[in-house]
Structure formats: structure tokens, C-alpha cells
Design a protein around this ligand. Sequence first.
Ligand SMILES: *Cc1c(COP(=O)(O)O)cnc(C)c1O
Length: 366
Amino acid sequence: MSDAPIRPIPQPGILDIAPYVPGKSGAPGSSYIKLSSNESPLGASPKAIAAFRSVADTLDIYPEGTSKILRTALGEVHGIDPELIVCGNGSDDLLHLLAQCYLGQGDEAIMSRYGFSVYPIITKAAGASIVMVDEDDYTADVDAILATVTPRTKIIWLANPNNPTGTYLPDAEIRRLHAGLRQDIMLVIDNAYAEYVTAEDFTTGANLVREASNVVMVRTFSKMGLAAARIGWMVGPDHVVDAINRIRGPFNVNLPAQLAGAAAARDSEFNDRLKAHNAQWRDWITAELDASNHFRVIPSQANFVMVLFPDAEHATLAFETLRDRGLIVREIGASYGIPDGLRISIGSEQAMRGVAGILNALVKVA
Ligand SMILES: *Cc1c(COP(=O)(O)O)cnc(C)c1O
């Protein structure tokens, strides 16, 4: 008899999971500017805020369970059949459900080495193994992914553009990846930053979803001004939608979120303004930091840039110096294995000028 106490034991794999590390916030009540979680620097759509407030007096009533209002708005805006949309409490909710539905003991899911750090969590939570594939200069490598597929492979998790690198695969590469996969392997295209992409050879996963029976596109409102409301959505073939709808929480998206999301989806004026602001300051800070030769800014299609420093010590010094000046960025050593990098969300003009000024001054001292 061992002396180990008798107590409930989590399923295999659960205790191997390293918990998700969110971007840091400043101390409560402090005046830090948060550039660590890729939130909107222009707040939320005013129409979404009004919609959220409009139901404050009916919080006692269950929401409509399938998020019909939100699916209808998304269907209209994106030209997608609302019956093929499932909404979630953030896109994390949907990613978890996909893992739970399609992965189990003995299965493998494949992701890119510097892919989104939620993928290993949801894969292991479902009892499966995560297989990391090396990248080509911080960009997903289609040939390497295809070469890693085994008979056990069930899902490919691909963020496009990717977090934390900001890199993307063009339409032709996504199609090449899909064409090289067995039809029983699900390709999950996580387009969390699609709204910010300016590259002309990019497409969302929506077209492939229409053409194939093993592709799912996952989206979120979090990076477009509604992170607190927790709204995600996915589009997939009918058989996937059916499976996910069997296991999702019956009321997984709350009413204020459904209405705010529907209003935000339709607020193209606000969404265009956010995209234009982001493109302007993403280009600006990329050029500003790249000019110094001390930093390498990986070209980004998202609402953040990944900046590489000569080594981990320089990255830590830069993180601490920015923090001491009131600017919180994201360290990506422990959670992403890039200790010489920092991820910096695109913020206000003032925040971007602040970051560039502080980092460039640091080089002169060093
Ligand atoms: C932020 C992010 C998400 C999840 O966002 P939710 O807030 O859960 O909707 C999903 N995928 C990637 C790549 C992200 O960066």
C-alpha cells in the first residue's frame, strides 16, 4: 500500500499541461498601457456597446441557445450560410470543443513550433499528443507539416496569421497543405487576426470550408474590440457543425455578447477604422525598429509585431525598461520558446511612438 492519499485523479495528460499564460496587465489602478494581449486601441464599436447595454434589464432570461441573432448577422456580412456557423464563448471555447470531438487517446494533432499556445492545452486535455513541426524563419512550413503526418494524425491546428509571430500563409500554400492531407484529417484554420490582414494573396478559410468536408475556420471578436465579451465563431461542413452542437454548452454565448457581436459585425465603419489605424502603425513601428539594425521585426499581418533582439538578456532588458516607463508588452520565452523576442500589440499613436523611442534609446546606451 502506498501512502499516497486517495483522491480524485484527472484524466491522463491533464497534469502534463502547462497552464496558459495571459499577457500581463499593470497593477490595478495604475496607468499602464497594455500592449500584451492584442486588444483594440480604439475600444469597442459604439454600436456594440449600445447593443450590450440595451439588454441590461433582461438579465434574468436565458438567451436563445444557438446565437441565432449573431449567426444571422455573420451570415449576412460574410456571405456564409448561418446554419454552418457555431458561436462560442470566445474562440477558445470552439477550439476546445473541436479537440474534444475529434481527438482522443492515441491520436496526434500537429501544430507549427511557434503556433498559438492554446493548441497544446486543448490537445492534451482531450488525451491526444501534440506534435510540433519546425518552421521556416518563423513561418509555418507546409512541406514539414505534411511530412509529419502519420496514421494517427487527426487534426492540424494552423493559426493564419499566426500568434505570436504575425506571419501568414497565402491562399496557395493553404490549398497545397489541404491537398496533401488525407480526407479524414481535419484542417482547423484559426483566422483570429483575419480582419487585420492587408496582404493581397491572403484569403480566410471560408472558401476551403465550402469546397471540402474536412476544413473548419475559427474566428473571434476579441482582437476587434470585444475581448471582454468573449465571442468566437466557427464555420464548418454540416457534419462537423452537427457534432459540435451536440456537446457545446446549451447557452454558451450570453445575450449581451450575442447582440454586441451582431452589432459589431455590421459596424463596417468602425472595423475599417480599426484596420486602417492598425496598418498605419504596424508599418510605422516595423520601419522604425528595423532601421536600427539592432532589432529584427518579423513582418506581421496581425495587430502586433514580434521583435527579435540579439539575445534573451536584451529582450528582458527591453521588456523591463518599457514596463518601467508604463508600457506592458508580451514576453514570449516561457510560453512560446522565443526568449530573444517580445510581442508588441499595435496600440495608439502615442503608445507606438513611446515604444519606438524607448527601444531606440536603449540601443544607444547598450
Ligand atoms: C487571441 C487568439 C484566439 C482566441 O481568442 P478568444 O478570445 O478566445 O476568442 C484564438 N486564436 C489565436 C491565434 C489567438 O491569437
